[in-house]
Design a protein around this ligand. Structure first.
Ligand code: PLP
Length: 456
């Protein structure tokens, strides 16, 4: 080989080495522009939502039951949402938390009863149980990041009244197995689909497996009006109870007047009604939801496919990949140290958001989604400052530990896993950057087998 040839070859090798040099070691980052924030429903908002909201204002009728020229947006939204999910009934409410309270009220959860909840959840789930005077019981998760059916079985006692299955981080949980347990044991199943609107298992939409399904339309969700929620059911009695509970505690007739002739519906209302403005916006967002989900799913599964060549980067187990809405990518590494290093190196490569995005983080930093981060749960915080509901006689001996260590599979997964939101507006270029960053970091980290190269 001539001197010139040798020099050309070594220049080329240097170029490749420079290209692969990790940003955390001073190399050029995979991208310099922050990733977009994870607000799926918001990115598609536009003229149609503005027109829908304006029409309500023009009609001077923002209240769902009567107005100067009532548009019946809330009623129509309920019909359309129930049809989309595949249930007979829907009740629109002010928030996902409100939907949980309304659902548990309709299901008559209360003192003396235990409700099984997953280790990976959102604080509102346990808040609803405790506020009603019932006691949450934690059950561990598996690599799908949702309830492990075997762990659920172990937690059932004579005091158990129901199970809350939470479809976390965009992907459906094991709805069929959990439904079978609930049926066999005579328990209610409440599905929390706040993070999984549009998700499905074997073609059946989440929310339609349980006695009641609840949704949130808060701003981070797949469809949104800033705030909002809905519950769905196939059961007429539960629907009537939920409708009364979300409102004033009584039924209403077709023209919105209160009806007091049914003692079964002399209940206590919670004042969680949805207003016409948000319902109008949500009707538009519902039409856009399949497109939003398609976009996130396409981006996520392109990235997942590219990561297939790194077996040490374990992709989240999917109950049904087709029914995943795609809004989060979760990858589990062999130990907590590797997860931290990979996460930091990816952030240095520019795989993060700005300004306040909770993008690309080790799951131990994922706040009130982890049972042991919920201080009022771990410390059995009371609703009334006098110990309710933990210290009332009906609840004596119920519950269990809520401290870290109660759910070891979840504890391990949280430490070893990194969560990356997948916005619905990623361009092919954004996806290329993410894939390139992963390839750089994982080649360096995992091909060495010991993490040496990242630590240098
Ligand atoms: C799993 C889950 N359940 C319930 C809720 C409560 O919804 P909202 O914020 O609309 O009250 C959320 C919100 O983030 C959630 O993620």
């Amino acid at each position: 080989m001539s001197t010139v040839q040798r020099a050309t070859k070594s220049n080329a090798a240097k170029k490749i080495a420079d290209k692969n040099k990790l940003a955390i070691h001073g190399g050029a980052p995979a991208r310099t522009k922050p990733l977009p924030l994870e607000f799926p429903g918001v990115f598609g908002m536009g003229a149609a939502e503005i027109k829908a909201a304006t029409a309500v204002l023009r009609a001077k009728s923002p209240f769902r039951y009567y107005g100067l020229a009532l548009q019946k947006e809330t009623e129509r939204f309920e019909t359309e949402f129930a049809r989309f999910i595949g249930t007979r009934y829907a009740v629109a409410v002010g928030s996902g938390t409100g939907a949980l309270h309304t659902a548990l009220s309709a299901l008559a959860a209360g003192p003396g009863q235990e409700v099984i909840v997953p280790a990976y959840l959102w604080v509102s789930v346990v808040a609803a149980v405790v506020n009603l005077g019932a006691i949450p019981v934690l059950a561990d998760i598996d690599e799908s990041f949702s309830l492990n059916p075997l762990e659920v079985e172990k937690r059932i006692t004579p005091k158990t009244t129901g199970i809350i299955l939470v479809h976390m981080s965009g992907a459906p949980g094991n709805a069929k197995a959990i439904r079978d347990i609930a049926k066999r044991q005579g328990l209610f199943l409440l599905e929390d689909c706040a993070q999984c609107a549009g998700g499905s298992v074997d073609g059946q939409k989440v929310g339609s497996f349980g006695d009641i399904g609840i949704f949130s339309f808060q701003m981070n969700k797949n469809m949104t009006a800033g705030e909002g929620g809905c519950l769905v059911t196939n059961d007429l009695k539960l629907y009537q109870r939920a409708e009364a509970c979300h409102d004033l505690g009584y039924a209403r007739d077709g023209s919105g007047r209160l009806v007091m002739d049914s003692p079964d519906l002399w209940l206590w209302g919670r004042g969680y009604r949805m207003d016409e403005l948000r319902a109008a916006v949500l009707r538009v967002q519902l039409r856009k939801l399949p497109g939003v989900v398609r976009a996130m799913h396409r981006s996520k599964y392109r990235i997942r496919a590219a990561l297939g060549k790194f077996p040490e980067a374990q992709l989240r187990k999917m109950v049904d990949p087709k029914g995943d809405t795609g809004c989060f990518l979760i990858i589990t590494y062999r130990d907590a140290e590797t997860a931290k290093r990979v996460c930091q190196a990816l952030r240095a490569e520019g795989i993060t958001t700005f300004p306040q995005g909770l993008s690309n983080l080790v799951m131990t930093d994922w706040g009130l989604h982890l049972y042991y981060n919920i201080r009022s749960l771990v410390n059995r915080g009371s609703v009334d400052g006098r110990g309710f509901p933990w210290n009332i006689p009906a609840n004596a001996g119920l519950g269990g530990s809520y401290a870290k260590g109660t759910c070891p599979a979840a504890d391990g997964l949280f430490e070893r896993s990194v969560l990356l939101p997948i916005p619905s507006c990623l361009t092919r270029r954004d996806e290329d950057d993410i894939i390139h960053a992963f390839e750089k970091v994982l080649s360096a980290e995992l091909s060495s087998g010991s993490g040496e190269r990242l630590e240098k």
